[in-house]
Design a protein around this ligand. Sequence first.
Ligand code: SAH
Length: 214
Amino acid sequence: MSPEAERKMQFLYAVRSKGVTDRRVLMAMEKIDRADFIQGFFSERAYEDMPLPIACGQTISQPSVVGLMTQALDVQPRDTVLEVGTGSGYQAAILSQLARRIYTVDRHKRLVQGARAVFDKLDLANITAFTADGSFGLPDQAPFDRILVTAAAEDPPGPLLAQLRVGGVMVLPVGQSDAVQRLIRVKRGPEGFEYDELRAVRFVPLVEGLGRDT
Ligand code: SAH
C-alpha cells in the first residue's frame, strides 16, 4: 500500500473509532479528500484527526467532529441543507455527498472564494456558497430540512430556528467562545422544538457582521 493510501486508511480508522458508524457518512469521508481543503504547510497534516488553521484566523474542524456532526444531522438524500460557517468548505463537501442541495455561508469573503474554487475543481455542483452573516440564515432559500452551524453561539439564533422546516433537524455548538461548548441537536416537531445535548466540543465563535476582509 502506498504511504498516501495508508494515511487515508488510518484517517478513516480514527474517525470510526471516535464513534462515526453511519455508512453513508463514512463513504462521503472516504471520497472527499481533506487535503484539497488545506493550503500550504498544514496540508501535510490533512489526515490527522485534529483541527488545523486556515485563512482569516479560522480553523478546519477535526475530522471526527465533522463525522459526528454529520451523523447527528441525519441527512436524507432529498434534503436542502444550510451550513453556517463555510470555512475551508470541507464540511459542505461532505454534506454535498449526502443531500440534494447545500447552501453554505461565511462572514469572510476570502474563505467563500477559496471554498468555491475547491467546489468547482471537485465538480461539487450542488453547493452554493454566499458571503453573509449566517446568524440571520438565508431567508430567500428557507425553509431548510437540515441546518448545521460550525461556529459557537451563546444560544441557537432565532432566525435559524425560524428557517428550520417542521420535521427538520439543526445541529450546533452552543456556549461561550472561551469555554467548553456543548453540541446541541434541535428537532422541530409540529408542536415545537425539542433539544438534546450530544457532547462537549470547541469551536470558533459565531461573530456578528461581515469579516473585515470583504
Ligand atoms: N465548516 C468549516 C469550519 C468552520 S470554522 C470547515 O469545514 O472548514 C467556523 C467558520 O464560521 C469560520 O470560517 C468563520 O468565519 C465562520 N463564521 C463565524 N461567524 C459567522 C457568521 N455570523 N456568519 C457566517 N459565518 C461565520
